[in-house]
Ligand binder design. Structure first.
Ligand code: SF4
Ligand code: SF4
Length: 429
């Protein structure tokens, strides 16, 4: 395995000042919301409502029905319009359940609130499943899978690092929901029966670290751990290695760890307290391509274009719209895609075409790859369509962190070449 042999020493300009002290504003989605019927690439959904049905905020409208259970809840009150295929942030056309928003936001809590202190571990895992708690990694991995039947966990690692440039949604969410963060971490700790929890945050957040430490001061088994401000410190493998000095093959549970995002802990606590699932998201809208960068709260299913207009619109004609941050996000050619429970940012950059020059063989991309790969050699093997060489080079270990493109002095989009190489190997399987 080549995982995590890279040196991890690159500080990346975060541009966080654009939004990290902005007020969070609510964005109304307008007449229609589109709820994506997809989870981790699976579109095996059963829809529980039909055209003309009335729904409220919190009505369970569909669920994933294959080997994972992931319910989907309406984020607005109104009337079901039907199912429509539109582009999803994963760059695939996907069925979405369309709801006509009546603008009243009448609510119905689909779950009974639960006191995690008196609930059993099994009840907490079941609650996670029924509330549709998913990770914030873009694909939406169901959180209950990590906790169901898990044993021998020593450390719960709460990822509050937010290492991608521009994104400050987690930071804003923690500041706004400190009590839920504390309760959520304590509840996750109880659910996995770990000996301790580590809340990991960049050491440069000097204004917030004392606030976090104070919030957790009553908890002897929860520690706030400042970590270096290098990219990609928020990547699960990097973070686990940073705080345990141990590596693993596939899952952190192999070395007795579970990792969850701070936003996941907050959502878990809020839902246990109110019975309301995740029907709105905190999203960072930032970059030099949007007029008023800020953090917004939006009902799930709100189109990206509506959100950008609420932030003053585009600041230039030629822009790059990215679902996610500039390093790991996906560039999307239309702003019709919507925010799902797993999205936390839209990055809008003015498109400044750069002319790539020939590779200088400087080796910087290999020196900085956190997965210990040789991106330049992968790009050469990709051009030659040499699948065997690509496999030997461990191309599937790439986590698409974007560092090789960022670091390349020749301005070559090395990451894109590695992505193409992964597709070649995946198709040959
Ligand atoms: S995107 Fe580039 S730097 Fe990042 S893991 Fe993949 S090959 Fe390595
Ligand atoms: S960083 Fe760019 S120029 Fe240097 S070896 Fe990699 S691809 Fe070539």
């Amino acid at each position: 395995m080549s995982f995590l042999t890279g040196p991890m020493r690159k500080h990346v300009n975060g541009h966080k000042q654009l939004t990290d002290h902005s007020e969070i504003k609510f964005v109304d989605p307008g007449e229609l919301v589109y709820l994506p019927l997809i989870n981790m690439g699976s579109t095996a959904y059963e829809v529980l409502v039909k055209e003309g049905d009335s729904v409220k905020v919190g009505t369970k409208v569909a669920f994933r029905k294959d080997h994972f259970t992931v319910p989907l809840f309406s984020s607005v009150s109104g009337t079901v319009k039907g199912v429509q295929k539109i582009m999803h942030s994963s760059l695939k056309p996907v069925d979405h359940l369309v709801i006509i928003n009546d603008g009243k936001y009448e609510k119905e809590a689909p779950l009974k609130p639960i006191d995690y202190k008196s609930a059993s571990k099994e009840e907490l895992v079941e609650f996670m499943m029924n509330m549709g708690l998913v990770g914030c990694g873009g694909a939406g991995f169901p959180t209950y899978i990590k906790y169901r039947g898990v044993q021998g966990i020593k450390k719960l690692i709460i990822n509050a690092v937010e290492c991608e440039p521009y994104i400050t949604a987690d930071y804003a969410g923690m500041k706004e929901n400190l009590e839920d963060l504390v309760a959520g971490v304590d509840a996750l700790l109880k659910t996995c029966e770990a000996e301790k929890a580590m809340v990991c945050i960049k050491e440069t957040k000097q204004d917030f670290i004392p606030v976090l430490k104070d919030a957790f001061k009553e908890f002897k088994n929860i520690e706030v751990v400042p970590v270096p401000d290098v990219y990609p410190m928020g990547w699960e493998r990097t973070l686990v290695y940073e705080v345990t000095k141990q590596r693993y093959e596939k899952l952190p549970s192999e070395i007795g760890c579970i990792v969850n995002n701070a936003a996941t802990a907050i959502s878990f606590a809020r839902c246990m307290r109110t019975g309301m699932p995740i029907v709105e998201k905190l999203v960072t809208v930032s970059g030099d391509g949007v007029v008023e960068p800020c953090n917004v709260k939006v009902p799930t299913g709100t189109p990206a274009g509506v959100i950008i207009q609420a932030c003053g619109g585009y600041a230039a004609e030629d822009i790059l719209l990215i679902a996610g941050g500039p390093m790991m996000g996906k560039t999307i050619t239309s702003d019709k895609f919507v925010i799902g429970t797993y999205n936390n940012s839209l990055t809008v950059l003015q498109h400044k075409p750069v002319k790539a020059i020939a590779c200088l063989r400087c080796g910087k991309c290999s020196d900085h790859c956190p997965a210990g790969l040789q991106p330049v050699r992968i790009n050469m093997a990709e051009k030659a369509k040499d699948t065997d060489a690509l496999k030997k080079l461990g191309v599937m270990d790439c986590v698409e962190c974007g560092m090789c493109t960022y670091i390349c002095p020749s301005k070559i989009d090395v990451t894109e070449g590695v992505r193409r190489a992964k597709r070649i190997v995946a198709l040959k399987k």
